[in-house]
Design a protein around this ligand. Sequence first.
Ligand code: ZN
Length: 240
Amino acid sequence: MKVTVVCEHNRAMDSEEGKKAYPEGMENCIAEFLRSAGHEVKTILLDDQGAHGLDDKLLSETEVMFWWGHLYHGAVADDLVEKIADRVQCGMGMVLLHSAHMSKIFRRLLGTSCTLKWREDGELERLWCVYPTHPIAKGLGEYIDIPREEMYGEPFDIPTPDELVYIGWFRGGEVFRGGCVFNRGRGKIFYFNPGHETYPTYKIPEVQKLLNQACAYVAPAEPIVEKMVCPHIPEFSVKD
Ligand code: ZN
């Protein structure tokens, strides 16, 4: 599978805690466990200037896209967001991580504000599986503990997920729909809340297994089409 990992680099990643969590860079940590599952992975840097090198050619080759962003959502060009949204509707899979809940592409695909409740506490998140037979949760047991994570809580302003796989619980008593699948056109989207940049969440073996299974699940089962055309009004396709 051809996977593109779009990952922001921000100042928190250059802090002592950030470097301790991911000395190799978060994008390389994510790319590495995807490569270990046999995928061909390219990483794209997202910063205050936008997503560097995410051009039409790479997009047309990408079968699954991972996206981690936080501070620089606004730097992503609107026409690029439209192209990615089209590609998802044509069949590309997408995995959106942590603070990508406020990314332009997630909000564009879901159509809601995607706002949530938040507290940065570095506390335990217990991620309960509420769909034990789902392929993303295979072999991962009843729950996964993330020792230190940011609290993301409900209400989370998203459409009702097509498949709800995980609900996170926090010590403050908050709960959160933290593992959700959405179908958009021919494409599948998975949103996963853990992964604050100063905690080494993506080094946890269960999380790596879950995300590799998510990659396989959202991967296109059929060839990705070039565009979605409606035979009723063939003069106008969604890309025109
Ligand atoms: Zn965070």
